[in-house]
Design a protein around this ligand. Structure first.
Ligand code: OGA
Ligand code: MN
Length: 293
């Protein structure tokens, strides 16, 4: 296995491993260590199918249950369909509801921050890439934290944010039907935590974050916008240009990501599996909530 650094302390490219062929425990341990240190790991030339992608993800923990009530194309529990392709295999129309709903993936976010147990790793497999656009950008929330002014760090100390799935859809003005499975109870998360993979301090931000405990909502939203804008500066961002066969792994605890716009007359088939953050440091208990209130 060869580890090349694409962005220092943030993105590593690993070659010489076949993710679909059932890597050895040693290979998995090396990929795991790279994920914990760098946060984004790029594998290329991986011709995965859904079962192999799932089997690979299971080597890193428990696979998250999927909640999509909108797409039936894949039919494999655990796989999240992020393609622009409908259940009949055709490219979505511009006004199709599952497509409009998925557009929120183009807002800076981290996966499943709104679930009672958030996601740890996400693993996105590209089966068909667009010729133009459709890149995915990743922002390093540890480097972004490090670069904050001391007074901003002091302001953030102890703050907790509310994360609600539906908030990211409301931001885009989505007005369609929201099935019960998506109407999840909001959860509270620290805005700063020590990332368990690297023991470095990190921001924790997402398009799902809507409020800060004890703050007026407009002030909270402004701070969340400001921090997101800060973290999205080029020095903290890696942009991945997809080719079919790419398999990109990332740590949701210390990154944000977003898809970029692409022409809708081109097929884009990307499929994700995420693992759950067992023993998460992103939990806020009732006593902490009561103390902040
Ligand atoms: C995801 C995601 C963005 C993209 O897989 O979780 O947000 O570029 N993807 O498809
Ligand atoms: Mn995502």
């Amino acid at each position: 296995m060869i580890v090349e650094i694409l962005k220092p302390e943030f993105v590593a490219r690993i070659s010489g491993v076949d993710a679909g062929a059932g890597p050895t425990d040693g290979e998995i341990a090396e990929i795991h260590a790279a994920l914990d240190r760098y946060a984004v790991v790029v594998l290329r030339g991986q011709h995965l199918d859904d079962d192999r992608q799932l089997a690979f993800a299971r080597r890193f923990g428990t696979v998250e249950a999927t909640t999509s009530a909108r797409r039936k194309r894949l039919g494999v529990p655990g796989l999240v369909d992020l393609a622009n392709i409908n259940d009949d295999g055709e490219i979505f129309e511009r006004s199709d509801e599952p497509h409009l709903f998925s557009l929120a993936n183009q807002l800076w976010h981290t996966d499943s921050s709104f679930k009672s147990t958030p996601a740890r790793y996400s693993m996105l497999s590209c089966r068909e890439a667009t010729a133009t656009g459709g890149e995915t950008e990743f922002a390093d929330l540890r480097a972004a934290y490090d670069a904050l002014a001391p007074e901003v760090k002091a302001t953030l100390d102890g703050l907790v944010t509310e994360h609600a799935f539906i908030h990211s859809r409301r931001v885009l003005g989505f007005e369609g039907n929201v099935p019960a499975v998506e109407a999840m109870q909001p959860v509270w998360r620290p805005i700063v935590h020590v990332h368990a993979g690297s023991e470095r301090t990190s921001l924790y931000l997402a398009s799902h974050a809507s409020r800060i405990l004890g703050w007026p909502v407009p002030e909270a939203r402004l701070l969340l916008f400001e921090l997101t804008e800060h973290a999205a500066q080029p020095q903290f961002v890696y942009r991945h240009t997809w080719q079919a066969g790419d398999f990109v792994l990332w740590d949701n605890r210390c990154t944000m990501h977003r898809g970029l716009r692409y022409p809708m007359d081109q097929r884009r088939d990307v499929r994700r599996v995420s693992t759950t953050d067992v023993d998460s440091r992103l939990m806020v208990n009732d006593a902490e909530l009561a103390a902040t209130r």
